[in-house]
Design a protein around this ligand. Structure first.
Ligand code: SF4
Length: 649
């Protein structure tokens, strides 16, 4: 039987296990990336492991999430990250140089390679045939030290594209259509491999918009085959020699197939406050829009902003609407500036912003209360914009530009009819991506050769070996779809403590219950209870690290999001799955006891645990590989890795 493209790349990198769905496999990692909110812990853990030098072909440290240097804390973190990159041999992208995924795809992403990144949108370069997976920071630390990355072999689903996109429909509409059909849980446990005749009509940047947002489907990753479009893109970023042709075998078998006819697509929009609440733009026309933002790692490339510039050229944005353009990389800003497009957009009323994540995580450009904000981003979880009563819609750059001109949501096809002279801008790539590289410091140009830690940078907290008796209060009971943004909000005032775990922990789950952190500390141990898809969203390992610091020993949930589940193991918190009846039976404040000898049960491979809640007993399941059980028993991945190193294995 032939192989899928995913299987071919995995086979090339396989160091342990077999490519059977559900089996744990270990793969060699060629490239790693990390960003500033997850990076400080990655390097502190790298230091704690006593490792000398990065072992992967490429390691890149970006500063994109918190680039505004409000006070010394962010600036100290940036200096620490620069010093860590210099000390251990990683590339360092300075604050303001752009969003990790944009800068990485422009400079390092390559077909056939594996990439592990401590950011959930790491799958972006799947659009040029790289097998790229988002993970917790500690997984990146360990991979950077040369160890394999372990993952349960996902199902491989073929997303067969047919036809070609009509005018005004874009790559964003392809992924919004998939979200409409499959929901934010539709990709869990799956790798989406794009196939079919429609693939060749999409440029590499369009493909990367689609793979970027595969994360919103919950997919492990998404990948396209490589072809003339891939080669063309690599030549334009001056890395044509890195092209390799990668296609699935003709007789490859997939676990499932989804067919999308591109020619049926129309402009779509995700309504507040979930990326899968997708409807045709025409269904929500007329809603007045106070803010439009074009940018982010999904639609912040040169080729995403150019259509906006073309649509706004010679026109004026609505007086009622504030329009912001924040490119994904400084290179894109520089190129658009050289070509005069920045001036055109400014003349039309655009506020041109720094190349940063910024507004995507509520840092700057927070919308007015109870107003509509239209964004080209990938996420619109409630409160992520920096204000709880937000109404954030997600759409393509073309739909965003149409709203900026009209002051309300409008299908760009209808705006074109109204204006008479508005043409569909289409997709245009520059001849060459030729921005300067002054903000990307290679290891051989390193500024520092030792770590520089400011006062806001603390030590890595450690947990003891797993205990035999685990009991405590159900400190918080939560609904379905709790995100890592709920667990540790990523807003500026909070995330500036990312390197100071005791302080950051004070904000744990504060968006759900602002008494939680103090109650957890006072209780000295306890449980979290949640519904389906607990921990969806970003890869933020602080969402497990801070609960660990507060003494949380277990999470009982109906289901877990992939990266967060891995992070719970990595920080020694036992993730137990419960059914709906058990979930309904537990009230916040109930005393919970795991009846089994927990250490013994975990290490012996026991799957079913007895959980006593008051006088009743229920069954909870630990679905974990042998390695995950060992990590849990050791008290987390850092302790486990040290044990392994000391044991000489
Ligand atoms: Fe940055 Fe937003 Fe992309 Fe995350 S999703 S990397 S915060 S732009």
């Amino acid at each position: 039987m032939g192989q899928t493209l995913t299987e071919k790349i995995l086979d090339d990198h396989l160091v342990e296990g077999e490519l059977e769905t559900g089996e744990e496999i270990g793969i060699e990692i060629d490239q790693v990336l990390t960003q500033d909110t997850t990076g400080t812990m990655v390097w502190l853990q790298f230091e704690a492991m006593g490792l000398d030098e990065v072992q992967t072909e490429i390691a890149a440290q970006y500063c994109d999430h918190q680039t505004y240097q409000f006070d010394f804390k962010n600036t100290d973190d940036h200096r620490f990250l620069r010093s860590a990159a210099g000390t251990y041999g990683a590339h360092f992208s300075r604050p303001g140089n752009g969003i990790c995924h944009n800068v990485h795809r422009e400079n390092f992403a390559a077909p056939g390679k594996t990439l592990l990144g401590s950011d959930s949108h790491t799958p972006t370069p799947g659009g040029i045939g790289e097998l790229a997976i988002g993970s917790g920071g500690i997984d990146v630390t360990v991979a950077m030290g040369g160890a394999p990355y372990y993952i349960e072999m996902p199902e491989i689903v073929s997303v067969r594209l047919e036809g070609e996109l009509p005018e005004w429909a874009t790559a964003k509409d392809v992924i919004l259509e998939l979200l409409r059909r499959l929901s934010v849980k539709g990709g869990v446990g799956k790798i989406l491999e794009y196939t079919g005749p429609g693939v060749e009509s999409l440029t590499a940047p369009e493909r990367m918009t689609i793979t970027n947002m595969g994360t919103e489907l919950g997919a492990t990753t998404s990948i396209f085959p490589t072809d003339e479009q891939t080669k063309d893109y690599l030549e334009r970023v001056n890395r044509g020699e890195e092209y390799v042709e990668l296609q699935p075998d003709d007789d490859a078998e997939y676990d499932d197939e989804i067919v999308v006819d591109l020619s049926d697509l129309e402009p779509l929009i995700a309504q507040p406050s979930m990326p899968d609440k997708v409807v045709p733009v025409s269904e929500v026309e007329g809603e007045s829009v106070e803010q439009v933002i074009v940018g982010s790692c999904t639609n912040g490339g040169y080729e995403d902003i150019l259509p906006v510039a073309k649509m706004l050229e010679g026109r004026e944005t609505s007086m009622e609407t504030e329009t912001i353009v924040a490119p994904g990389s400084k290179q894109a800003s520089e190129m658009l500036a050289r070509e005069g497009w920045v001036a055109e957009m400014m003349a039309a009323g655009v506020n041109f912003s720094e190349a940063t994540c910024g507004a995507c995580i509520g840092i700057g450009h927070v919308p007015a209360s109870d107003s509509v904000s239209l964004r080209t981003f990938n996420r619109n979880f409630e409160g992520r914009s920096g204000i709880e009563d937000d109404n954030v819609y997600l759409c393509s750059p073309e739909v965003a530009a149409a709203a900026a001109l009209k002051g309300e949501i409008i299908d760009p096809r209808n705006l074109a009819d109204e204006l008479g002279d508005l043409e569909a801008p289409g997709v245009e790539l520059p001849d060459e991506y030729d921005g300067s590289k002054t903000d990307l410091i290679a290891p051989d140009e390193a500024v520092d050769d030792e770590l520089i830690k400011g006062p806001n940078i603390g030590d890595v907290p450690l947990k003891d070996q797993l205990g035999t008796d685990i009991s405590g209060e159900a400190l918080l009971k939560m609904e379905d779809n709790i995100t890592t943004d709920h667990i540790i909000p990523a807003t500026q005032d909070i995330l500036m403590y990312r390197s100071n775990v005791p302080k950051l922990s004070e904000f744990t789950l504060s968006r759900v219950d602002d008494t939680f952190a103090q109650r957890a500390l006072d209780a000295d141990g306890g449980f979290l209870v949640a519904g389906e898809n607990y921990g969806q969203g970003s890869s933020r390992e602080h969402a497990a690290l801070c609960p660990m610091y507060l003494g949380i020993e277990g999470v009982l949930a109906q289901s877990f999001a992939r990266i967060h589940r891995a992070n719970l193991f990595n920080f020694g918190i036992i993730p137990l799955t419960i059914d709906e009846e058990t979930y309904e039976s537990i009230d916040q404040g109930d005393e919970i006891e795991i009846v089994d000898d927990v250490y013994e049960a975990v290490t012996s491979g026991q799957e079913e645990f007895t959980v006593r809640v008051g006088d009743e007993e229920y069954t909870a399941t630990l679905d974990a590989s042998e390695r995950e059980r060992d990590i849990l028993a050791a008290g987390g991945k850092l302790a486990w890795t040290k044990e392994q190193a000391e044991g000489g294995s």
